[in-house]
Design a protein around this ligand. Structure first.
Ligand code: URP
Ligand code: ZN
Ligand code: ZN
Length: 496
């Protein structure tokens, strides 16, 4: 203490004493300069929970401990609040041309929503169209995002044109462009996105060699198309409306495709990621495959955990149409269990926002509803309210599935996904006492309705910091357009 008083007297500028907690003892380790201290909060990582200050300099975490600031240093008082690593929504579709329209959240509004909701990095998709290279597709998507985004972002490739050239591009795409995960679709024939089993097998083999990972949208196209053909008639549509979305997508549609994809992953040894998993059967199959050593990872989304198929019965049931569709309460319970026991590794939102006017394009025909929901802004509060507060997962698990695991799975760790010295200062100061009633009118997302409208939430982000800068405050975005940066990722899929 005395030594540090002397040092402080002799140096000018922002000088801090660091007491680092090692083996429950406070040990003085040095004197540092810092721009900002987040003071007195309870830090929660995937592994620990403890009270400490976080010192930040040049956008990075410089020190964690008991920090003493001089008068010029900016202080954020986090006393009584949780201090969490910034969340990563690794599944968003901003300004996506889809279902005959373009998703309503742009790179600007979608990342405003992220900033307001405690999400510090989003990962969108650069989906090839036939005849275009992955590199061209990624460059085009980056040009759309750069200058618009408020939080950091990355891209997954979307492979829809698998050929010798695409294959040859992969090493550079993964190593130079920093894009190491690639979504492939087992449905969406009319979009021209549908893949085949041999292509999936080839892509799993090829990406495995390079440290890449294949994500699959697992729904069984032939069965789905035959059920759609069976029910796509005026009489049933007049009678059942949006409920036909449920009728044509029984759980077997997803389950069969997941089983098949797992078979190919087991056969090739490739790295497989099941995106937006919606069924209890899927959770069972992923668990069984992981238990026998298959390299398969799964994501689920808040809509599958919290909502259930009853939403399709109301007058506005069509608004909830998304792909895969929302399943039963029992499925939701099984998915929570999968998060808790580690068989489901990540949460993403599959944000693909369509407003009521866009959704109205369906005009009573369930095959014409723009599929997708707004999501990112409420990912963190819903995980807390319906997961932690409801006793389904603990706080460390919330951080693990919403931040640490996405960072690890997608090659962002430890730059993102944790609170440690040297990591980006992506931080959420979370107020677990704050009560909020969901109302789309108060939200940043560009949508005139919300799937959780009227829901009472306890716990909401107080502040969101991206690389040490406050970009979200009390549910509003206060960040600058263009502040967010593209983040190159390392290899994907090396995760147990
Ligand atoms: O319905 C959805 N989820 N739309 C976005 C595209 C996709 O399949 O993820
Ligand atoms: Zn999908
Ligand atoms: Zn998606």
């Amino acid at each position: 203490m005395y030594i540090f008083s002397l040092i402080k007297k002799r140096l000018v500028g922002a000088i801090f004493r660091i007491d680092l907690k090692i083996n429950s003892k406070l040990t003085i380790i040095g004197v540092f300069e810092m721009d900002l201290i987040v003071k007195g909060g309870t830090l929660v990582t995937a592994y620990e929970k403890f009270v400490a200050d976080v010192g930040i300099e040049n956008g990075k975490i410089k020190a964690i401990g008991n920090l003493v600031a001089d008068n010029d240093t900016e202080i954020i008082d986090a006393t009584g609040k949780l201090v969490l690593p910034g969340f990563i929504d690794a599944h968003v579709h901003l300004s996506l041309p889809f279902s005959g329209t373009i998703s309503a959240d742009t790179f600007e509004t979608g990342t405003r929503a992220a900033a307001a909701g405690g999400v510090t990095t989003v990962i969108d998709f650069a989906i090839q169209s036939k005849g275009t290279t992955l590199k061209e597709t990624i460059d085009k998507r980056k040009a759309e995002a750069d200058g618009e985004v408020i939080v950091d972002y990355s891209l997954h490739g979307g492979i829809t044109d698998w050929n010798e050239h695409t294959k040859a591009e992969l090493p550079d795409i993964i190593k130079k462009e920093g894009v190491s995960s690639f979504k492939m679709f087992m449905i969406y024939k009319s979009e021209g996105w549908l893949t085949t089993d041999p292509v999936l097998i080839d892509a799993l083999e090829e990406t495995k060699k390079l440290g890449g990972m294949i994500q699959v949208h697992a729904e069984s196209v032939d069965l789905l198309d035959s059920l759609i053909a069976k029910h796509h008639n005026k009489e049933e549509m007049d009678k059942l409306g949006a409920w036909l979305h449920v009728v044509t997508r029984p759980n077997i549609i997803e389950a069969e495709a997941i089983q098949r994809a797992i078979t190919w992953a087991e056969y090739t040894g490739g790295h497989l990621f099941i995106v937006h998993m919606s069924t209890g059967e899927g959770a069972e199959m992923v668990k069984a495959a992981r238990d026998r050593g298959v390299n398969v990872i799964a994501e689920t989304c808040p809509q599958y955990l919290i909502l259930n198929e009853e939403v399709f019965k109301g007058e506005n049931g069509h608004l909830f149409a998304t792909c895969p569709q929302i399943k039963s309460k029992k499925d939701g319970q099984r998915l929570w269990q999968g998060l808790a026991d580690g068989s489901i590794s990540t949460i993403g939102t599959d944000t693909c926002t369509f407003n009521t006017e866009q959704k109205a394009m369906w005009k009573g025909d369930f095959t014409k509803i723009p599929f997708g929901l707004p999501g990112t802004e409420l990912m963190v509060p819903l995980l807390y309210n319906d997961g932690v507060k409801a006793g389904k997962i603990n706080l460390r698990k919330m951080v693990e599935v919403g931040s640490t695991n996405p960072a690890k799975v997608y090659g962002l760790y430890p730059q993102k996904g944790t609170l440690r010295v040297g990591s980006d200062a992506d931080i959420v100061v979370f107020d677990s006492d704050k009560e909020v009633t969901v109302d789309y009118k108060n939200m940043e997302t560009n949508c005139d309705w919300n799937p959780f409208q009227g829901k009472q939430l306890k716990g909401y982000p107080h502040l969101t910091l991206v690389r040490g800068k406050v970009v979200g405050k009390e549910g509003k975005c206060i960040g600058e357009k263009g502040y967010g940066k593209f983040v190159k990722r390392g290899t994907s899929g090396n995760f147990t």
